[in-house]
Design a protein. Sequence first.
Length: 264
Amino acid sequence: MAKIHQGIEGGFSGKVGPVIGYQWRGRWCMRARPRRVHNPQTEAQQAHRMVFRDMVRLAGRMRRALLVGLREESHAEGMTECNLFVKMNKERFGGGTVDYGHLELSRGPVAPIALTETVVDADNVLHVRFEGNPLHQRAEAYDRVYVYLYCPALQEGLLPAHVFRRTKKLDVALPDEWVGEQWYLYAIVLDAKGRASNTCYPAGAPAEQVGAPDNAGDSAERNMCYPNPEGESITAQTDTPTNHYCCCPNPKGTEHRWNKNWGR
């Protein structure tokens, strides 16, 4: 049975014949009632459902970051932040793995930042340094910069309080249980109107791969990551970085500071 709200011209909620009425973000909507369909449950179908399940679960765990980075874009697309995250990142799931280093947590026209340095000190405090406007686009000093950290092994995320673009630095105390774990860092910039930038991120590195490179054949060097001001991740294994800073965090707590000239 359906209930009519605000008189005959208002919306309704519930079932009426073949349709269902409901309210979504202040708007009254209708959708068709689901019909019974043939469901053979083939292996390919089950595999696709498992991938979709993993995407939805990850979106739920990252919801706080998605509410920051995808709020405006999701309203424009007419869907929730979590659904937009799934739509944007479906190519990064598959084969039982997730490409965490390239997940998009935000999208928009705001000028991005460039992560120039991330250092974890002996007290397990992450020090992030960034260039405020590397692409020399129109930007405001008081744009808000958010840094989001996610640890897949623990299925936990951190979203510290924002800093302003002009600050160019942020310090985050990491949980003790994160020591030795692999985690990933994403940065999002919001302007005064709530519009976001594209995701800015250095890709995370497994704990056993983090360390200062000693020679060209070292495995840590081959997996070292570089931030890209345009929001793309570059690895020495497939690309030739120039004029970029190495930014791999060191989860074991030993302080490393990287030379911006290394890798030219």
